[in-house]
Structures are given as structure tokens and as C-alpha cells.
Ligand binder design. Structure first.
Ligand code: NOJ
Length: 546
């Protein structure tokens, strides 16, 4: 058994987790302060998003030095202490490697700008006229994917912000530099890595206009990506560490290859297809209620497909780029607690390694901002402009951001009902939603029936029952538009998970709850006290025969 199958990962966005020094920004000392809380929750690994030296144009995903700590977050001594203190509590650290691009403030890029050809070959520079970018590709944050450098007479590629220049992985020297970074952090004693948009690293031999789309088909799951990953793992000696790759617009076939043990690439992969079921015509900036039938079909495709190919999913609803799941797929008013528990069970009992994003375990909601001044995220600010330019009123553009902005997932962790949610003694860089007085860790810990207590049980189930970690999965009641249901099996053991995604009572179609009980299955977990006749609003019931 691979030793990440029965583990649970907790994602920390340090800037919003806990501010220990009272400057309004979360920091590493804040993470250390809260390790006992994380141990109480029961998670195994802590993935920290980047805290390396950075101008913070994309909140640390624009790295200026992979080996230095941004002073806003703390010091190397604090990183070492964090690794040590987490280890004492049985938790391993995973650091976030942003290897598709660097900040334009990175020394390599600065030397490229100064005319050093060696470093120009670290990036993707192309000669060209100032009014004619090499291709028509679009940046993921809006606008062209190329920026012009007048003093060089060249354009450079940036799939994200123009201060995030794409690295040239075709250059073996670049690959060696990055391997050294991995060795450096491995020696510090961390246990794993998360690789940012790592399926975009291999660019095409020729750069051409995309007549069908925004250019992504030319560089997504690119021609050398599997080779590059195998080499990276082999040469940096990180085989055996837990690794997860973030895969943008990827395919099942590629994800099997990224994560099947025999290919020696990564332990597991994130894909985002299930988080597009509320994008109208595939466009994040057009609102639509989530299509639960498609959600179920996507889960079935990826769960059963990865199983058939021996790949491994990282399962998740939330991260720092996504709105809060309870506001998006559940109901964040009267049914908040029930729907947050249902969503948690739905993800945690699937085949894969579950990730909890800070605050999810207490049912934190979207931010509820009503003014553009409250937003900080570069993507949100860019798209606000783009939407207004396209003819939307400010109110319409704000309604879209209220549902879609990445800042929804970045509001400060709600620790208590005190000022600024107990996150800081100073006004935070991003304001918490008003509901922090009710939704907070201190309140959750007083309540034996809290979402927090439910997440503790989910983690325990994975640790204690082999079927959760290793069982086969198959989907049930597939035609039901409101229910996501699946069965896990391991030898004679069975575990059935039935989730109602709507606010009304719903009957199962294939077999009733009573049929399952008649087969010898009994309730092991749920968000109602007993097993009813049908699934009640946002109910989850978990049944097992042992
Ligand atoms: C994915 C990260 O999760 C996101 O926050 C970041 O903006 C992009 N990659 C670019 O690094």
C-alpha cells in the first residue's frame, strides 16, 4: 500500500492563516502557533502555498528566490522550527514549487534583461516587432501571453501575469537548477512537494497562432512533460516523497501517466474538471448554478478511470483559487452545517487522497464583498476591468466576482469571534466576511456536532478502515440528478456513500435506503441522527457491513 492512500493533507495559505506579529499578514510563526489545532484535527501532511522571496504580485506564485523566505512571512529559522514542530506532532510538510515560471524579479530574469544570453535561454524569448507578439495566445489572467522588452527587441512568454515569466524547460541547465532546489528543501526535512501548473512546463517546438482557442492546446500536457517529470524525480532523489501535481485543463490519459506508480512521476494529481460544472459555456466569468448530473459524471469518469489505469487522484473541493465549496455546491444559509458535512464526506470517502483547505473544516463561506475596493487578487482586478469593458455594469461585474473571485477562498481564517476573526490584532490585508462572529474555530470546538468534529471523524475513518484508503469504487444511482452515490469494496467489505445535493427530500432510484439495510449495511456516519425513508435535504449517509 502506498503510504499516501490513507493520509489526509491540509492546505495552508500562510498569508491568511494566522498573523503572529500583528502586521495584518499571516506568517510562519502563526502557522507554528496553530500546529496543535491541526494535530487535533488529525491531518497527516501540511501543504503550505509559497512563502519564498517574492514581489507578491500573485501572492507568492511569482518567486524571486526559491531558497529564501519572504520577510513578510518570517525567517529560515522559523521554517526549520515549523518542520521540526510539525514532525513532533506527526505531521509532514509539503512545499509548493512554482517551476513553470519565475518572477521577473528573479536574478535569472534580471540577468536576461541585462543582456546575458545564457539567462535569456532560461526563459522563452522571441525576436519581434513591438506591435506584433509572436503568437495570439492569451494569458490565464487575461490579456496577451507575451510582453515586449524594448531594450532587447524581444518578447517573452508569460502564461500568467506579465511579472511571471515562463521558464524554458528545453534548456537542461534550467532543469538542473530546479532539481537543486528540490534537493535543498528535501535536506531541510520536508516530506513532499506540490508542483504548480506542472503540466504546462513543456512548450512546443514551434510557436504558432491558435486559430481555435487561447493557445492552451499547444502547451498543455506538452510533448516532453512526462520525460521532464521522470527526470526531475530521478535526478533530485525525491522518489518516495509524497508529490502532487496541479494539472491545468488536463486529460484522464495524461493523469494516469503522471500518477501511476510504474512511471515514477508523481504520487497524485489535481484536476479541475469537476470545478467547471458551474461555468456557462466553459467560461468562468459567466454564472450558472452547478450542474450536479455533470458533476457526478465527471467524478465517475475520473474515479473509475484512474482506478482502471492505476492512477491516483488528489480529491478536493476548495483551495486558494476557488470559491468556498459550501457557498458553491452546498447552501451557506440555513443548511450550511448539513451541506458542509455532506460535501466533506462526498470527497473524503472517494478513492484518492483528500485535501482540506483551511477553513473548510469549519464551513467557511464566500466573502460577500460588495465593492471592488475590497478585492486584492490580480485575476479578479483584471477581470473586473475586462467585464466592465465588455459592457457589464459595475453591479453585474461585482455579482460575478462575488461568486467567482479567488479572494473568496483567501479571506482570513476565522479563529474566534474577536476583532478580525482572531486572525490578527491589526486590520488584515483582506477582510473576513461578517459571519466570523458565528462561524469560527472557537465556536466549533465547543460543539460536539460541529463540522470540525465531523471532519475529525472522516479523517479517522480513513486512518482506521482500509476500505476507505484501498477499496475499489463504483458509482450508484447514476441517473439521479440530485444525488451523488458510490460504493467502495474491499474483499467482502462494503461501504456505501449516499449524498443528497439538494434542499429537498429525494428518493434513491436503484435501491432504497431500506434495501441497503436489508443487505446487512448499517449506518457508520451521517449528518442526521438516523437513517430515514429517503435522503433528507443535504443528507449524507454512510453505510457499511462491518
Ligand atoms: C496555480 C496557483 O494555484 C495559482 O494561485 C497561481 O496564480 C497560478 N498557478 C500561477 O502560478
Amino acid at each position: 500500500m502506498a503510504d499516501f492512500h490513507n493520509k489526509v493533507v491540509y492546505q495552508i495559505y500562510p498569508k491568511s492563516f494566522k498573523d503572529a506579529n500583528g502586521d495584518g499578514l499571516g506568517d510562519l510563526a502563526g502557522v507554528i502557533e496553530k500546529l496543535d489545532y491541526l494535530a487535533e484535527l488529525g491531518v497527516d501532511y501540511l501543504w503550505l502555498t509559497p512563502f519564498f522571496l517574492s514581489p507578491q504580485n500573485d501572492n507568492g506564485y511569482d518567486v524571486a528566490d526559491y531558497r529564501r523566505i519572504d520577510p513578510d512571512f518570517g525567517t529560515m529559522a522559523e521554517v526549520e522550527k515549523l518542520i521540526d514542530e510539525a514532525g513532533k506532532r506527526g505531521m509532514g510538510l509539503m512545499f509548493d514549487m512554482v517551476f513553470n515560471h519565475t518572477s521577473t524579479e528573479h536574478e535569472w530574469f534580471q540577468r536576461a534583461l541585462a543582456g546575458e544570453e545564457k539567462y535569456q535561454d532560461y526563459y522563452i524569448f522571441r525576436e519581434g516587432e513591438p506591435d506584433q507578439p509572436p503568437t495570439n495566445w492569451v494569458s490565464k489572467f487575461g490579456g496577451p501571453a507575451w510582453a515586449y522588452v524594448p531594450q532587447l527587441g524581444k518578447w517573452y512568454l508569460h502564461l500568467f501575469d506579465k511579472t511571471q515569466a515562463d521558464l524554458n524547460w528545453e534548456n537542461p541547465q534550467v532543469r538542473r537548477e530546479l532539481q537543486e532546489v528540490l534537493k535543498f528543501w528535501k535536506e531541510k526535512g520536508i516530506k513532499g512537494f506540490r508542483f504548480d501548473v506542472v503540466n504546462l512546463i513543456s512548450k512546443p517546438a514551434e510557436f504558432a497562432d491558435d486559430v481555435e482557442g487561447d493557445g492552451r492546446r499547444f502547451y498543455t500536457d506538452g510533448r516532453h512533460v512526462h520525460e521532464f517529470l521522470q527526470e526531475m524525480v530521478r535526478e533530485s532523489g525525491i522518489e518516495g516523497m509524497v508529490t502532487v501535481g496541479e494539472m491545468s485543463s488536463t486529460t484522464l490519459e495524461n493523469c494516469i501517466r503522471y500518477s501511476c506508480p510504474q512511471d515514477k512521476e508523481l504520487s497524485m494529481v489535481f484536476n479541475f474538471h469537476h470545478l467547471k460544472v458551474d461555468y456557462k459555456d466553459g467560461d468562468k466569468w459567466q454564472l450558472m448554478p452547478p450542474d450536479i448530473k455533470s458533476l457526478k459524471e465527471l467524478f465517475a469518469k475520473w474515479q473509475e478511470g484512474m482506478q482502471a489505469g492505476q492512477g491516483w487522484n488528489a480529491t478536493f473541493w476548495c483551495n486558494h483559487d476557488q470559491p468556498r465549496a459550501v457557498s458553491r455546491f452546498g447552501e451557506d444559509g440555513a443548511w450550511r452545517e448539513k451541506s458542509a458535512k455532506m460535501l466533506g464526506a462526498c470527497i473524503h470517502l472517494m478513492r484518492g487522497t483528500p485535501y482540506i483547505y483551511q477553513g473548510e473544516e469549519i464551513g467557511m463561506t464566500n466573502a460577500g464583498y460588495a465593492s471592488i475596493d475590497q478585492y486584492r487578487d490580480v485575476e479578479s482586478l483584471n477581470y473586473y476591468e475586462i467585464l466592465c469593458r465588455e459592457g457589464k455594469s459595475s453591479a453585474e461585474a461585482l455579482a460575478i466576482l462575488a461568486a467567482r473571485s479567488r479572494d473568496n477562498g483567501r479571506t482570513p481564517m476565522q479563529w474566534s469571534a474577536e476583532a478580525y476573526a482572531g486572525f490578527s490584532s491589526h486590520e488584515p490585508w483582506l477582510l473576513p466576511p461578517d459571519n466570523y462572529k458565528k462561524i469560527n474555530v472557537a465556536a466549533a470546538r465547543q460543539d460536539q456536532d460541529s463540522i470540525f468534529a465531523f471532519y475529525q471523524q472522516l479523517i479517522r475513518l480513513r486512518h482506521e478502515r482500509e476500505i476507505v484508503a484501498e477499496g475499489k469504487i463504483s458509482f450508484l444511482d447514476r441517473e439521479n440528478e440530485d444525488v451523488i452515490a458510490y460504493e467502495r469494496t474491499l474483499g467482502a467489505d462494503r461501504l456505501v456513500v449516499l449524498c443528497n445535493f439538494c434542499g429537498r427530500e429525494v428518493s434513491l432510484r436503484e435501491k432504497s435506503l431500506q434495501d441497503y439495510q436489508a443487505e446487512g449495511l448499517h449506518r457508520v456516519l451521517g449528518n442526521y441522527e438516523d437513517v430515514g425513508q429517503a435522503l433528507r435535504p443535504y443528507e449524507v449517509v454512510v453505510l457499511a457491513n462491518s
